[in-house]
Write a protein that binds this ligand. Structure first.
Ligand code: NAD
Length: 510
């Protein structure tokens, strides 16, 4: 998936882009658009502690109306060079400050997120589409994660001490970290790497997705005086800005969250300067439901794990493997959840699922739905697309689907989920693991020990039992296989923004 390229601002071009979406047949979901209020202008990069703008602009579309409602500056190479130079200057001093000072500044960040939760959430819903309640939860969650990470101690380790030698392992900041984020959870996915980088003594250049630049830019402004000048720089821009960052000799590390395809390009480009990389990429998470569950009890939990944020979550449940004994009952219970879920504009009360964030992703999902129908799978709920405006796609559950179909093999990243039948749990594990992805997975059962033994066989970064999407600041998160490289959060995540250095002392005086 790639974002819009920067253009000289022209409202008419934006409208054409918005109206390019194919109009669909009427559907069951209740929805209405947000008012066509205009929020043009007012957004700026943060470079060297100052607001900065660009000659080029990005149009930002409200996915509930498919209309341009704001614009963001789009950084060129000159702005990136300025930001990198500022970050390098600032990093020289920032790296020397004690962890306590870094921690105090992170507390300022946490305070800012909490103080501005309501206005940031409103903006987030407007540009991203998710219901207000979920936007608020995203901001609060980001604050909690930041707070938790900045409590983690990073101490020198004594590797060996005897009469002759003492060998210590210490960690030092890398320098300048470039952080590149996607459009599904712009604040939450920025705050993890941002906190890690800043707390461990690095300066930062943060680049949000061109689809959702606004909340990140606003946060940058709010944090202007929380960190010393130049320590935090925020630049909006298209995919090309991300490419320049990955190749820039003044950036020491890239934290990239996005698709597998872009992640591979990031790694190839970062190789030119041997930058360190953390890649948080896509997933195709399987949930294996054992034969002993009560389908009605498990359905609401599974439904939420699959459909929250309209399925646009890296670690959403994307395939459900259900034992044949409970298959039909689980299909019905999940379909019932889908039917009673209100879809609509994120600002409307009672709405649980908002629109798809952008037209390219909406079109991809329409293609997956058409392919699924062509293959003769059974649509249990959803599947009927409402007429526009807005990129609305109702929660859709699919049964009796061929394992080789695109919906099972690919990461859908949207509200359409297959339910697959199995008889033998070994076969379910084999099918769950038969993918190039390895982000996370889960096993659901009344017998947690039995489920834990099965969960441990999943080839993933995180295997949950009777839950999905549960992360903590102190617990590493990241992908196996093509779902990523490295881990965020925890001491492992923090140390990935630092260079290990061995201090090896021969005690015998010269
Ligand atoms: P994307 O890869 O298209 O874009 C992500 C970001 O990278 C954007 O800021 C984009 O401008 C930038 N970018 C694009 N091409 C680049 C390049 N060649 N070099 C440098 N930067 C580049 O992804 P998306 O469509 O925004 O996000 C959806 C994907 O992100 C899904 O696959 C989802 O699973 C994944 N994701 C993963 C996690 C995780 O933690 N593992 C979390 C959220 C989303």
């Amino acid at each position: 998936m790639s974002g819009p390229r920067a253009e000289s601002h022209n409202p008419a071009e934006g409208r054409n882009l918005a109206e390019g979406r194919s109009r669909a047949t009427s559907g069951s979901a209740a929805m209405s658009g947000t008012p066509a209020a205009s929020l043009r202008g007012g957004f700026a990069h943060l470079i060297d502690g100052e607001r900065a703008t660009s000659a080029e602009w990005l149009d930002v579309i409200d996915p509930a109306t498919s209309e341009v409602f704001a614009r963001a500056p789009s950084a060129g190479r000159a702005e990136l060079d300025r930001a990198v130079a500022a970050a390098r200057r600032a990093a020289a001093d920032w790296r020397e400050r004690a962890f306590d000072e870094h921690r105090a500044r992170i507390r300022g960040l946490v305070q800012t997120l909490n103080d501005h939760q309501a206005d940031l959430a409103e903006l987030l819903t407007r540009e991203q589409g998710k219901p207000l309640e979920q936007s608020r939860a995203e901001i609060t969650r980001a604050a909690t994660q930041a707070e938790g990470m900045a409590r983690i101690p990073i101490e020198p380790e004594l590797l060996l001490e005897d009469d002759a030698r003492r060998i210590e392992l210490r960690h030092y900041p890398l320098g300048v970290a470039g952080i590149i984020t996607p459009w599904n959870a712009p604040i939450n996915l920025a705050i993890g790497p941002l906190t890690s980088a800043l707390y461990t003594g690095n300066a930062v250049i943060l680049k949000p997705s061109p689809y959702t630049p606004l909340t990140t830019l606003r946060l940058g402004e709010l944090l202007k005086d929380v960190f010393p000048r130049g320590v935090l720089n925020v630049l909006a821009g298209g995919d090309e800005l991300g490419e320049w960052m990955t190749a820039h000799p003044g950036i020491d590390k890239i934290s990239f969250t996005g698709s597998v395809e872009s992640g591979k390009k990031v790694m190839a480009s970062a190789a030119g300067t041997l930058k360190r990389v953390t890649l948080e990429l896509g997933g195709n998470d399987a949930a294996i439901v054992l034969d002993d569950v009560d389908p009605k009890a498990v359905a609401p939990k599974l439904f939420f794990a699959a459909f929250v944020n309209s399925g646009q979550v890296c670690m959403a449940v994307k395939r459900i493997y259900a034992h044949e004994r409970i298959y039909d009952a689980l299909c019905e219970a999940l379909a019932e959840e889908a039917r009673k879920t209100k879809v609509g504009s994120g600002v409307e009360p009672g709405v649980k699922l908002g629109p798809i964030q952008n037209k390219a992703q909406y079109d991809r999902l329409v293609g997956l739905l058409e392919d699924t129908r062509r293959r003769g799978a059974r649509i249990l709920a959803g599947g009927e697309l409402p007429a526009g405006p807005g990129y609305f796609f109702p929660p859709t559950l699919v049964a009796d689907i061929d394992e080789a179909s695109r919906l099972v093999r690919e990461e859908q990243f949207g509200p359409i989920v297959p339910i697959l039948k199995y008889r033998d749990v070994d076969d379910a594990v084999r099918r769950a693991n038969d993918t190039r992805y390895g982000l996370s997975g889960s096993v659901w059962s009344r017998d947690t020990e039995r489920a834990a033994a099965i969960a441990a066989r999943l080839e993933v970064g995180t295997a949950w039992v009777n839950q999905h999407r549960a992360t903590l600041a102190t617990v590493p998160f990241g992908g196996a296989k093509e779902s990523g490289i490295g881990r965020q959060y925890s001491v492992l995540g923090l140390k990935s923004y630092m260079e290990p250095r061995v201090i090896s002392i021969l005690k015998q005086p010269l």
